[in-house]
Design a protein around this ligand. Structure first.
Ligand code: SF4
Length: 207
């Protein structure tokens, strides 16, 4: 879940000392998705690339371990945190166990986050690697596809190591972030984070 107090207390970055952001590479337009696309276009995240007081470090953990194109993968038997603890598995569509590769990718992402002294990560929600609020519960292509609350493996690794994460669908948090990097930005109080929208509350019985 997004830590709004953390975002409110972020410093106001400058061109000389930019805000250090780690971004899922596909959110920055890199065609690193399983099908060699950028998984769609997300203006909410892309806008961050337009500021000269923001330093974006792009990384695609699945490309690092499995290349592009590749099979799709999902977490079976738990969340990303469970995969890190050896209690759940990442399986490719054809049933190959990708857990080890995904954990290696998460460690590489953590290494980069530490090296770059990342202040916030902006990551693609619902991915088995990068999801920060919601992920699939088992194979997303199965007839009875299900979602669960939880993080993907790489988001869980960053979270476990105290890095803060928001997703491209955490619009309220992004408002706070944009207010930090852009003095002209007026916060839209109507915007909601992913866990505050009606679909999330209804689907997970949080009403
Ligand atoms: S969501 Fe993460 S793992 Fe998937 S394509 Fe984007 S950067 Fe790569």
């Amino acid at each position: 879940m997004t830590d709004k107090t953390y975002l409110e207390n972020l410093r106001n970055p400058t061109q000389k000392d930019p805000l250090r952001v780690l971004m899922s590479a596909c959110l920055a337009g890199v065609e690193c998705g399983y099908d060699a696309t950028a998984n769609g276009t997300y203006p909410s995240a892309l806008k961050l690339l337009t500021y000269d007081n923001v330093k974006i470090t792009r990384f695609c953990p699945e490309e690092f371990s499995f290349g592009v194109p590749r099979e799709m993968c999902d977490i079976h038997g738990g969340t990303g945190l469970d995969v890190l603890k050896g209690r759940a598995k990442v399986l490719s569509d054809s049933g190959e166990d990708w857990s080890k590769g995904m954990i290696n990718a998460s460690l590489k992402m953590l290494e980069i986050a530490k090296q770059e002294k990342i202040e916030i990560a902006v990551m693609m929600d619902v991915s088995a690697a990068c999801g920060s609020q919601v992920i699939y519960d088992g194979n997303r292509f199965s007839a009875n596809k299900k979602y669960q609350i939880g993080m993907g493996v790489c988001a869980a690794q960053l979270h476990k190591n105290d890095f803060k994460i928001i997703s491209q669908r955490d619009f309220a948090s992004l408002e706070l972030l944009y207010a930090k990097v852009d003095p002209q930005h007026k916060i839209d109080e109507e915007k909601l984070d992913h866990h505050e929208i009606e679909w999330y509350k209804t689907y997970f019985g949080k009403n």
